[in-house]
Design a protein around this ligand. Structure first.
Ligand SMILES: [Zn+2]
Ligand SMILES: [Zn+2]
Length: 164
């Protein structure tokens, strides 16, 4: 496996295991790389883990020239900045190729606060729409599964050899 490099400092990321999930932490800037779904998985296992990770790894003061373009540690493709939860003003970097996410040090703590606020009161309408969409999708899958079940049952009954 190729070495994973920090998109900011270009040094090798160090694998760190939390709750059975291996994340990649930069020993210099303390930014964290999450492979696709790792962020969601960790948050589902323990919704207070993000600020803990943020506090656990502290950046060292190193002089570097930040690159004009951040590259995915896995695919080496340029990362795309995006606004976490649409309107949080927390800018994360994602890889459209592998779905991983780069989080600068300090951002996990902010994400945690935004998530708590969103739960407490005002989820941005776009995020609400997103959640609603996900629910509709799950619902239609259930309907589909039910239809499939009945179809399967009828096929079974029709295929049964007659005993008379
Ligand atoms: Zn770094
Ligand atoms: Zn990638």
């Amino acid at each position: 496996m190729r070495e994973r490099l920090c998109p900011v400092c270009q040094v090798a990321l160090k694998p760190q295991v939390h709750l059975g999930v291996t994340i990649d932490v930069c020993p210099a800037c303390a930014g964290v790389w999450f492979d696709a779904d790792e962020l969601t998985r960790l948050h589902q296992l323990d919704d207070a883990i993000l600020p803990r990770i943020d506090r656990l790894y502290q950046p060292e003061v190193v002089a570097y020239d930040p690159p004009w373009e951040r590259l995915c540690p896995v695919c080496r493709e340029p990362l795309r900045p995006y606004n976490y939860l649409y309107t949080s003003n927390i800018v994360l970097d994602t890889c459209d190729n592998c779905g991983g996410v780069w989080v600068d040090h300090g951002e996990l703590e902010k994400m945690h606060r935004v998530l708590q606020d969103a739960r407490a009161m005002d989820i941005p309408p776009e995020a609400k729409a997103h959640v609603a969409l996900a629910e509709i999708e799950a619902e239609s899958k259930q309907v589909q599964a039910r239809a499939e079940f009945w179809r399967g049952l009828f096929d079974f009954l029709r295929a049964r050899p007659r005993l008379w």
